[in-house]
Design a protein around this ligand. Structure first.
Ligand SMILES: C[S@@+](CC[C@H](N)C(=O)[O-])C[C@H]1O[C@@H](n2cnc3c(N)ncnc32)[C@H](O)[C@@H]1O
Length: 408
């Protein structure tokens, strides 16, 4: 009757949209027919245009949901999820064609403005495709063209990724201040592989990439510069890294950032997703030459900076026999030619080296900045790239890029 997954029904139940009653004997969920009709009536009251399918309507009305099974309805995300009135209302702030993009987060369905763009005259709008979102983040679109993944899964995985051009500059800055004994790399919490792309572009040989998400594991095995066989879908906390001890040049990754992000739970080091806090132990196990961890800017603000300061102290001396020169800094991908404003904190450490080496590395990063904020005084480099710079002139297969005008 509704054409939605069990997970959606559970979410609706929790949110109070469609309450289930338990069968007294077998415990199955039962629904009153009047509740079903009531819900269908509310769905039918949604605005006419643009006209998505029934499942899409349901998801739009009731918020984000990630069904576990692929269905045609999921694959065919409507080209636009907004009515004209909503898209054209300035308070909804869709992205602007003549500006750099803002991030399109993993849970962009809760923030639809992130996936919609207004044209330069602000009279037409449309939704980005996953390939366009990849381009705006500095990814080659073919890296995410994986038919077995839904549009939503691909966008979600990108939402957490470090833009590869920024990652490439970081690893190149590391390489300019460090002579590798092992020109190798191990990527934990590898996500869609943004950071890993940077290491590969600087000719570090990957020994292993690990991520818990099946979607990310599939993306990491698709069209990459490293062999599929070294990608592991698994939990970093349970993986046995003993064979890689003393073989890793660069240990890098994005241990989960949810505890720090503004939409997260702010659970700090009590949060079970605080993998970042367990990095000193992993470093003791692996003894990498250099480590590079990324996180969201909220990390520096959390607990008035105390958490980050204490973590850096622990990373400087992970045990009595190991010492690293460690620093943290924030960089914006837009300063490195990515048409997207995406700030990330990077914590970097060099084995048995003074903090000065990390300092020199970040100085090198400063020299690699190729673009600047237009609000700053005139400089020697061009202003930030915009959505228009990245997308104008691209093909329009299947009408995905169809604009919806204010008079449509
Ligand atoms: C911020 S993203 C990493 C983005 C990545 N650095 C990039 O540039 O594409 C964090 C990733 O950590 C993964 N993750 C979370 N907990 C994990 C765990 N216990 N073991 C392995 N991976 C985990 C998530 O699946 C997610 O893909």
């Amino acid at each position: 009757m509704l054409g939605v997954t069990e997970k959606t029904l559970r979410n609706w139940d929790r949110a109070g949209h469609l309450r289930a009653h338990r069968h007294p004997i077998n415990g199955y969920r039962l629904y009153h027919i009047s509740d079903l009709h009531g819900l269908l009536g509310r769905l039918a009251e949604l605005p006419e245009a643009p006209r998505p399918g029934p499942q899409q309507l349901a998801l739009d009305l009731l918020g984000s949901d990630t069904p576990t099974q692929h269905t045609n309805a999921e694959e065919e995300l409507a080209p636009c999820h907004w009515t004209r009135a909503v898209a054209m209302d300035p308070k909804h702030r869709p992205q602007k064609w003549d500006h750099p993009s803002s991030t399109v987060r993993r849970d962009w369905r809760k923030f639809p403005q992130e996936a919609h763009v207004l044209d330069s005259k602000e009279q037409r709008y449309r939704r980005f495709t996953a390939e366009e979102i990849a381009l705006l983040q500095g990814f080659e679109p073919q890296l995410i063209q994986l038919p077995e993944l839904t549009e939503r899964e691909r966008i979600g995985a990108l939402g957490d990724a470090v833009p590869p051009p920024l990652a490439r500059r970081l690893v190149s800055a590391i390489t300019s201040v460090w002579s590798w004994t092992n020109r190798t790399s191990l990527e934990i919490c590898a996500g869609a592989g943004g950071l890993a792309e940077g290491a590969a572009a600087c000719e570090l040989e990957h020994l292993l990439l690990i991520d818990a998400s099946p979607t990310c594991a599939k993306l990491l095995m698709h069209n990459r510069r490293w062999p599929r066989s070294i990608v592991v879908q698994g939990d970093v906390r349970k993986h046995d890294f003993s064979k890689l001890r003393d073989r890793v040049g660069l240990l890098s990754g994005g241990p989960p950032c949810q505890p720090w992000s503004q939409s997260g739970l702010h659970g700090g080091d009590q949060d079970e997703r605080d993998l970042l806090g367990s990095m000193p132990e992993l470093i003791v196990q692996l003894r990498p030459e250099v480590f590079l961890f990324e996180n969201v800017p909220g990390l520096a603000m959390f607990d008035e900076g105390v958490y980050l300061r204490q973590l850096i102290e622990r990373l400087r001396r992970p045990n009595h026999h190991l010492q690293y020169g460690v620093l943290a800094a924030m960089f914006n991908a837009a300063d490195f030619g990515v048409p997207q404003i995406r700030n990330r904190i990077f914590i970097i450490g060099f084995r048995e080296a003074p903090g000065l080496v990390a300092n020199r590395c970040f100085d090198e990063m400063g020299k690699l900045m190729s673009h600047r904020d237009p609000a700053t005084a005139n400089g020697s480099v061009p202003v930030w790239r915009t959505i228009s710079d990245a997308l104008t002139g691209r093909d329009d297969p299947g009408g995905w890029r169809r604009w919806i005008g204010s008079n449509a």
